[in-house]
Design a protein around this ligand. Structure first.
Ligand SMILES: Cc1cc2nc3c(=O)[nH]c(=O)nc-3n(C[C@H](O)[C@H](O)[C@H](O)COP(=O)(O)O)c2cc1C
Length: 148
């Protein structure tokens, strides 16, 4: 099985914690996993066999966290060749914002516009639910990994 590279977008650390918990779970299942807290387009292009897992929060008014913006800008400005790359999306938001989940949808859209192929439906997490985001992500992950 190919390596999973988790592309983290996080302002206050929640998405990064979720990414770390996912890595622990995948490692324990024998799936080689790397957490990338500063994702750049070259990290995708230099590792063409990685399956990608975007794990990002939303900030501002539906914006991506600053650490993942360079990747997003490269996707929409430079049109890199990532056709057929397989990826998943975990989108951490807060439904009290009118821009709930907008940033996660934007990067999902940018990937698919370039011909990348999403595995499964995005997991959309709502901070107002009071649920533990890692618990929900790990439950979602079991089904996601079956599709790898
Ligand atoms: C200043 C600020 C702006 C936010 N803007 C949005 C937003 O536009 N849409 C959304 O769905 N969530 C928004 N959120 C909620 C965060 O995405 C959510 O709390 C997330 O779990 C934070 O993850 P992080 O700690 O990895 O940054 C915002 C949170 C903050 C503090």
């Amino acid at each position: 099985m190919t390596r999973v590279q988790i592309l983290v977008g996080s302002e206050m650390g929640t998405a990064e914690t979720v990414a770390g918990d996912i890595k622990d779970r995948l490692d324990s299942q024998g799936i080689n996993t790397a957490v990338n807290p500063l994702p750049e387009i070259d990290d995708l292009l230099d590792n063409p066999n990685d399956t990608l897992l975007i794990c990002t929060s939303n900030t501002g008014a539906g914006e991506l966290p600053s650490n993942i913006q360079p990747l997003y800008l490269a996707l929409v400005r430079d049109f890199p060749n990532i056709a057929m790359r397989r990826y998943g999306v975990i989108n951490l938001g807060d439904s009290s914002y009118t821009t709930f989940g907008e940033a996660g949808r934007a990067i999902d859209h940018a990937m698919s516009e370039l011909g990348a192929v999403r595995i499964g439906e995005p997991l959309i997490l709502d901070a107002t639910s009071g649920d533990d985001p890692s618990e929900l992500a790990l439950a979602w992950l079991d089904d996601w990994t079956k599709q790898l």
